[in-house]
Design a protein around this ligand. Structure first.
Ligand SMILES: [Zn+2]
Ligand SMILES: [Zn+2]
Length: 252
């Protein structure tokens, strides 16, 4: 992996690529890997008897396979080093774990939106199951269900707020650099979680690195202990905005 280009994205405002180097964060990632392999749980800050069984790393070696973890090295306003850590998406369904940066989205609002959506989706699914396959009504109800689920996704996307180091806040749609569709789960990876937390808390980002932990992906593209650049589909289109510190004025 190229050190200089692990976390980057094109910023539409500055019309240039913004990036964050990884070298400072690498040793902290190795320390985190050592913690994960020793404790085999992600809530290793609390004593074993107080640990949550859902936070065991066993699931990373099951059919569910591994996931990405990340470290952001920052500096507070006094120049003191602050180390932030994140796991991508949810761990065994758990969004918020002490010692890890929170998701961009409010967990309760997210769950409530999914549940409300299910109230619309489930009756449609039940109805579709009773209709003769490939009948006119079956196609109509399938189309209706597709519309309803798009509406739910739009509501979920609207719950995400992206902050940057230029003190700006944008919705997912405004922050996403491309005009085409926004993939499900955009904002749930390590880099956006880490950068958003730093931006909100007035921390200056210095270095970021993300590594894979657990059973390798089915494709074999991700292997435990290896470092990977922020993903191209979900992260790169929002990282330009998230890493923006405004147009750098060049003086000579
Ligand atoms: Zn990503
Ligand atoms: Zn910019």
């Amino acid at each position: 992996m190229s050190n200089s280009m692990s976390c980057f994205g094109y910023c539409n405002d500055c019309e240039e690529i913004h990036e964050l180097p990884s070298s400072l964060a690498i040793p902290h990632c190795h320390a985190l890997m050592a913690q994960l392999s020793m404790h085999k749980r992600i809530d290793f800050d609390v004593p074993l008897e107080a640990s949550d069984p859902r936070l065991s790393t066993d699931m990373l070696y099951s059919k569910m396979r591994g996931r990405m973890f990340g470290i952001l090295v920052c500096e507070d306003e006094h120049g003191k080093e602050v180390i932030l850590r994140a796991f991508s998406s949810r761990h065994n369904g758990v969004w918020n774990v002490a010692g890890w940066v929170p998701p961009l989205v409010d967990e309760h609002a997210f769950v409530a939106t999914v549940e409300r959506g299910n109230l619309d989706i489930h009756p449609l699914t039940d109805l579709i199951d009773t209709l003769p396959k490939e009948s006119k009504e079956w196609y109509l109800k399938l189309a209706e269900r597709r519309l309803v689920s798009h509406g739910i996704l739009a509501k979920l996307n609207a719950l995400y707020q992206f902050h940057n180091f230029n003190r700006e806040t944008r919705t997912l749609e405004q922050a996403f650099q491309l005009k085409k569709g926004i993939p499900v789960g955009t904002g749930d990876c390590c880099a956006p979680k880490l950068l958003n937390y730093a931006a909100i808390h007035g921390l200056k980002p210095l270095s970021i690195a993300e590594f894979f932990w657990g059973k390798e992906t089915a494709s074999g593209h991700r292997i435990e202990g290896n470092f990977y650049a922020s993903c191209e589909e979900k992260c790169q289109p929002i990282l330009g905005f998230m890493l923006c510190q405004g147009k750098q004025v060049v003086t000579d």
